[in-house]
Write a protein that binds this ligand. Structure first.
Ligand SMILES: [Zn+2]
Length: 299
């Protein structure tokens, strides 16, 4: 599932390619992508728009359009946003549409197609079809994202801010990091990697972190995400970057999916437990389980 580094990778690759381009036509091929708005209504609203830029908030992609509007897209489980040359999937020598079995995986999973004025196309492909898109006025963006937590790559992400969000919380650190209303964009992979880097046990209660833990976790979240971005994201299942390439972060995981393998630091075995329904990988020797702190008595 794409997390912040994967979405950021797509964003950084795509923006210079599509900024200033005009969307000749948006064709929505799957009603689930645009619902509850009918596909042809969304398609008509976006067709003809000029792209001002592409941003990210949490795991959301924000396609800035003229008219102070933004098309918000979420890749969810298996969505990909890929820039393609227009003719690639139709066999030009035969001039016919290819048979289902011959068509590329991307074309079979195509949910929406943006035809750009330079002849290229931007494809939203999604085998599991959980991805979505909706058009908002820029004025409504803040309200739409009001419940999204602090952006971990922004200056607002500080040990103090993290401490404020975690204060009094008994939820395990792993669940705390997965909660998009606390820290935006961190998912299962980067939560494991960040907790390992911070030397914190995933079952430690979030509210039990002291100043040094908050500082360590803050640094670790940023380091884990930046490692992911540097590697072009992780490809475990379906993720592809904007050029259709796999990321390489999965080869560099410190603990995630490494059950039974040696810890890069102490050589002990990486363990796997389930937290909040998600597989969680950690080193039992290196990662300290914090004790729950007694609640401060209210006066
Ligand atoms: Zn270890």
């Amino acid at each position: 599932m794409p997390e912040l580094p994967e979405v950021e990778t797509v964003c950084r690759q795509l923006e210079p390619e599509i900024e200033g381009r005009r969307i000749e036509r948006l064709e929505v091929l799957d009603g689930r992508w645009s619902r509850p708005v009918p596909p042809e209504v969304l398609g008509e609203a976006v067709s003809g728009a000029t792209i001002r830029g592409l941003d990210r908030r949490g795991k959301y992609l924000l396609l800035r359009l003229d008219g102070e509007r933004t098309l918000v897209m979420h890749l969810r489980m298996t969505g990909n946003l890929i820039l393609r040359e227009g003719e690639e999937t139709i066999d030009p020598s035969e001039g016919r549409r290819l048979y289902e079995s011959e068509r590329s995986t991307e074309e079979r999973h195509l949910r929406a197609r943006f035809a750009l004025d330079d002849g290229r196309e931007l494809w939203f492909t999604d085998p599991r079809r959980f991805g979505e898109a909706f058009l908002l006025d820029d004025a409504d963006l803040d309200q739409r994202f009001a419940k999204l937590g602090v952006e971990p790559l922004s200056p607002e992400f500080t040990p103090a801010a993290l401490g404020e969000t975690a204060a009094g919380r008994t939820a395990p650190l792993k669940s705390f990091l997965l909660d998009q209303s606390r820290v935006a964009g961190v998912g299962n992979i980067y939560a494991d990697e960040a907790l390992y880097r911070a030397r914190l046990h995933p079952l430690s209660p979030a509210g039990s972190m002291k100043a040094e833990h908050l500082e360590a976790l803050c640094d670790a979240v940023v380091a884990a995400l930046e490692a992911g971005i540097d590697a072009g994201g992780s490809t475990i299942d379906d993720y592809r970057d904007a050029r259709g390439e796999k990321g390489t972060m999965q080869d560099e995981f410190l603990v995630h999916t490494r059950e039974g393998e040696p810890c890069p630091s102490c050589g002990g075995e990486i363990d796997r437990i389930v937290v909040a329904g998600r597989s969680t990988y950690f080193c039992p020797a290196c990662q300290v389980k914090l004790r729950r702190r007694p609640r401060r008595r209210r006066r």
